[in-house]
Design a protein around this ligand. Structure first.
Ligand code: FAD
Length: 289
């Protein structure tokens, strides 16, 4: 099912997995997706070589398994830096063959060997997809705290408007830890004529190390209350992870109460995160049991 059709009718709940690297067989990824499917997500997204992990070849096989074996809508991520038009067309052909009709069109992070060839920005990819594969439902990324490379927030909103006008059907946010950033962003989107639905992306942090890495790679700010809670957790890894889920659940409940279009959980191949967030959203009435 097209994600834009779901978003037109209901508030959504979605999950994410990243494809296996060398040390994780495809079978394990399938099992993880199967566990997450128990939480009846509206879709499960499958990342594409995120963080330069070089595992993009597994995105479509996993997305296909999610659609065909689990009966859950799959969203395949796709980046365009370092790709030719022919590479993108081949990826789209494999999506069609696999019966996947949803794609998240991204530029990708800059990295050595990932320079622009035929596409410089996500809006170029979206325009190409819209022209060559009109049946695809296309999502795009947005950044409540601004993209790390952006010169100004005005430039970011111009880029976002370009993505919408090129054909993006909806947006999914980068992770954020302060809901006020999201609410401010949502208001500014209205002023910048962004009319497509905006799905809020929440990541339950799992450790001090991981949240620090996220702050640097995504430019997400870490509120003082998170730091204080992590100080209390000290060196206890289980308590650090517990703090992450507790904090994310608080964010999700607040977003649910404030009329969000959809909630996406950066569940990072962890069914425990999927189950905990699902149960919390049932508890607050956002999801049916
Ligand atoms: P763009 O929209 O192209 O923006 C990139 C930068 O260029 C921004 O600073 C923007 O303001 C600027 N810009 C855009 N258009 C123009 C223009 N015409 N002129 C000048 N400047 C312009 N990465 C992966 O590798 N794999 C994944 O699976 C993945 N999944 C993601 C999922 C989500 C929900 C999000 C939020 C990010 C994801 N990323 C992933 C990370 C993403 O690839 C990076 O954030 C990347 O740096 C930017 O991607 P974009 O599609 O937003 O790029």
């Amino acid at each position: 099912m097209r994600i834009s059709d779901k978003l037109a009718h209901e508030q959504t709940f979605s999950l994410e997995i990243f494809p296996p690297r060398g040390d994780m067989p495809l079978e394990t990824a399938r099992a993880v997706a199967g566990e997450m499917a128990r939480d009846k997500p509206d879709w499960i997204s499958v990342t594409y070589s995120a963080g330069g992990l070089g595992n993009s070849a597994n995105t479509v096989p996993i997305a296909a398994a999610i659609e065909r074996e689990l009966g859950v809508t799959a969203l395949a991520h796709l980046t365009c830096l370092g790709s030719t038009r022919a590479d993108i067309d081949a990826f789209v052909a494999s999506l069609h063959a696999a019966g996947v009709e949803n794609v998240l069109a991204l530029r990708g992070d800059r990295a050595p060997g990932r320079e622009a060839i035929d596409f410089s920005f996500a809006s170029d990819l979206i325009a190409h997809l819209r022209a060559t594969a009109p049946d695809l439902c296309i999502g795009a990324a947005c950044y409540p705290e601004g993209h790390v490379e952006s010169e100004s927030s005005e430039a970011d909103f111009e880029a976002l408007y370009r993505k919408q006008e090129a054909g993006a059907d909806y947006l999914v946010t980068q992770l954020f830890f302060d809901n006020e950033d999201f609410y401010r962003f949502r208001e500014r989107c209205q002023r910048h004529r962004i009319r497509v639905p905006i799905v809020a992306g929440i990541m339950p942090f799992t450790s001090v190390k991981q949240i620090q890495r996220m702050a640097f790679t995504c430019g997400a700010s870490i509120p003082a209350k998170v730091v204080k809670r992590l100080v209390l957790a000290g060196d206890d890894p289980a308590d650090q992870a517990r703090a992450g889920v507790e904090y994310a659940v608080g964010q999700l409940r607040d977003l649910a109460a404030n009329g969000v279009d959809g909630l996406h959980i950066y569940s990072m191949n962890k069914p425990a995160i999927s189950h905990a967030t699902h149960d919390a959203l049932v508890g607050c009435g956002y999801l049916k049991g």
